[in-house]
Design a binder for this molecule. Structure first.
Ligand SMILES: [Zn+2]
Ligand SMILES: [Zn+2]
Length: 139
């Protein structure tokens, strides 16, 4: 808890129970939940927390870079407690989102510099496929 206090203090964030709950939940999962999923999960412990409050807490935490927002397409926003650059793959059948570990796409930034007159700062690469569980059902 001490750690969390100093993390929030460094970002000049007030430690509200809602922000702490959202942040802790995202640190505890690798499932890249949507705001609705976060809301439903936290409702068990925080029955008075509204969806709007969850959205506000998410927005604040994204702004100070404690969590990241990923947009896997069609306004399908997911949230990730891991802010290190990494890529994602989404299942086209069930919608789950997984991390892609071990492949680094930051090297692409240098490559892209040869094609555009930009200072390239970051990139987002998303992959799409059929996950292990769905593969069993389909194939
Ligand atoms: Zn799937
Ligand atoms: Zn991730």
């Amino acid at each position: 808890m001490d750690n969390l206090t100093s993390i929030f203090r460094n970002k000049k964030l007030k430690l509200t129970p809602q922000r702490i709950a959202v942040y802790k939940y995202l640190q505890s999962t690798k499932e890249h939940p949507s705001a609705e999923t976060i809301y439903k999960t936290l409702q068990q412990d925080y029955p008075t927390m509204s969806l709007a409050t969850v959205y506000k807490a998410l927005k604040t935490l994204v702004e100070v870079n404690l969590i990241q927002e990923i947009n896997v397409g069609e306004g399908n926003f997911r949230y990730d407690g891991n802010v290190q650059p990494h890529s994602h793959i989404q299942c086209l059948n069930c919608g789950r989102v997984d991390d892609i570990d071990g492949v680094c796409f930051t090297a692409l930034n240098d490559k892209i510099k040869n094609y555009v007159d930009y200072e390239v700062i970051s990139n987002q690469v998303y992959f799409y496929g059929i996950c292990k569980n769905c593969k069993k059902d389909i194939y």
